[in-house]
Ligand binder design. Sequence first.
Ligand SMILES: [Zn+2]
Length: 260
Amino acid sequence: MIAVLNGILWLLRFAIGACVFSFFNVVIYRLPKEESVVHGRSHCMSCGRTLTAGELIPCVSYLIQGKKCRGCGEKISGRYFKVELAGGLAFACCGAYFGCGEYGLLSLRGLIAFAYLGILTIIALIDWDTRVIYDRFHILILLLGIAALWLFPEHSVTERLIGAAAVSLPMLLIAMAIEGAFGGGDIKLMAVSGFLLGWRSILIAMFLGLLFGSVYAIGMMAAKKLTRKDHFAFGPFLALGLAVALFYGDAIANWYLSLL
Ligand SMILES: [Zn+2]
């Protein structure tokens, strides 16, 4: 019986995460077009028909409808589904890793982590689409960093201030020397994330971001879809590195330092 209840609770956590990220899908789609994210009902991107409640259930509707619009039969982009799935998994992972809290859903530490993963997802996908990272998201991460002063006291203020400069400052210097090496949005992302995560994790995040970005670039060049001169958004790869570092940054850094 307890196992069943526990299962239901994990399903509930997944559902909450999927619902929140379902809203983030709206933000990712509408913000670059300067549309309101709260007004205006969700509609089919092809025929414009307003979606019914049954078509708005995260993850589920997409699968039940066979990945197509019920009205016009046009294929629905798989990205919405993937983002909702990522949201459900993110909420569950934050609960498992940072604790489920006294009400049994998510601890405050988990909430900070989940909010950070949400912001990273929005940043990554808007940057991928438009190559812009909005300043408002840097401010939100900074606010999470300030909340983390109380909720993650294992990282001292000094550690966080070093973290804020450890990656962003070298990036800034490189960007000043080589035009277009890094975008201002990327540099600010690493500054505020360094304050949130501390210097160990931000160094690991940068290393992972460069690794993921390089693998992508080499893969695309091998497939002749990208040439040496092409620029591509680096934000999504940094965001991926930051997401991994949120959970394992300190562990990877300490393991590496123990080898020295
Ligand atoms: Zn349609």
